[in-house]
Design a protein around this ligand. Structure first.
Ligand SMILES: [Fe+2]
Length: 344
């Protein structure tokens, strides 16, 4: 995998990675009989309409994006990755899957970056934190999945961990967090600027309505399923987004809890579904030192738009002990193919 940064901005000399991404996307669209320009334009129009005409190239958005995905569109949903405390074996497997699945859209549902260095929780002695290297690693992996999947656009919903950057500025003096960069008219330090993407890159960072992360921002797909990072936490898998779904009268897909499950119920408003997508972190990593005795489950999901609706297939990741080597391996079954990691 390359660490080349992906950009499809209107630079006169596109980078190699951009050219590769364009080639892959065009080939993919042809093979599916999709009009790539129409799909891309529909997406951009949707973002543009909802974006209050911000002159930012729509790199970031505050609130819930109302997105209509056309039939034939494939979506990959990536829950809490917690980079650099991610499960490396699982991540390799996820990239293999994305390479095969070829989603048109990727939804990163928050906490892709752990932001341990900016956490306000007490840090254990000897656990080294370097915020810049955490951001660099997150950027590298986000670039990789844009490139290997050939996706047209990646939506990055901010989680409470990405919001650590904003909260850590409020701590010493709330006015620090409210200082505005005169060039961008944005808060001086914000997650999307730290990630180093530019307007026109195939990525949109989604904040809450008050430019906070984690609680409020999201994507409503085809007027039916809302993807949010989530903030309700219930012990049983599928129950956390169900609380949200029941209250909102809309189907909800969320991360945050690191649990994996789904529920459905028909009420007077119709069929309400709730999806909880699990996580892709490494529970043994010192950054996730609070992960003892957890009720966490690894997984992710894929979606297909058909008949104007987004259909979701949950993909659990299971750990097994390889009898021959005694090593622990991760397995995931997707589209009839068994993906497995190397052991550790
Ligand atoms: Fe998380």
């Amino acid at each position: 995998m390359t660490s080349t940064k992906v950009s499809v901005s209107s630079a006169s000399e596109p980078k190699d990675a951009s050219r590769r991404v364009r080639r892959v996307v065009d080939k993919l669209a042809r093979s599916r009989n999709l009009n790539i320009d129409a799909v891309r334009q529909a997406l951009r129009d949707a973002i543009k309409r909802a974006n209050d005409m911000r002159a930012l190239g729509f790199l970031h958005y505050a609130g819930v994006i109302d997105l209509h995905l056309p039939d034939g569109c494939k979506v990959a949903i990536i829950p809490d990755w917690h980079i650099p405390a991610h499960d490396r074996q699982v991540s390799f497997m996820v990239k293999q899957w994305l390479t095969d699945f070829r989603p048109d859209i990727i939804i990163v549902i928050g906490d892709a970056a752990d932001m341990f260095g900016l956490s306000r929780w007490p840090k254990p002695p000897r656990v080294v934190a370097n915020t810049q290297s955490e951001l660099d690693e997150t950027r590298r992996i986000i670039d990789e999945i844009i490139e290997c999947s050939g996706c047209m656009h990646l939506f990055y919903i901010l989680g409470n961990h990405e919001d650590r950057g904003r909260r850590t500025q409020i701590d010493p003096n709330a006015n620090v967090a409210s200082l505005i960069d005169p060039n961008t008219n944005e808060p001086i330090l914000n997650f999307h600027q730290l990630m180093g993407y530019n307007p026109g890159d195939p990525i949109t960072f989604i904040y809450g309505a008050f430019e906070d992360g984690g609680f409020g921002g999201g994507i409503l797909t085809n007027k039916e399923i809302k993807f949010i990072h989530g903030n309700k936490v219930a012990p049983k898998p599928g129950a956390s987004p169900y609380r949200e779904a029941d209250a909102a009268g809309k189907s909800i897909g969320q991360g945050h809890t690191h649990r994996f499950g789904k529920r459905a119920r028909r009420n007077s408003k119709g069929l309400i579904r709730s999806f909880e997508f699990g996580h892709l972190g490494d529970e043994r990593h010192p950054y996730l030192g609070y992960a003892f005795n957890t009720n966490w489950h690894q997984g992710l999901a894929e979606g297909h738009v058909h008949g104007g609706l987004l259909h979701i297939q949950m993909l659990p990741i299971k750990k097994i002990k390889d009898k021959a080597t005694g090593q622990t391996k991760s397995l995931m079954l997707a589209d009839g193919k068994l993906y497995q990691s190397s052991g550790y």
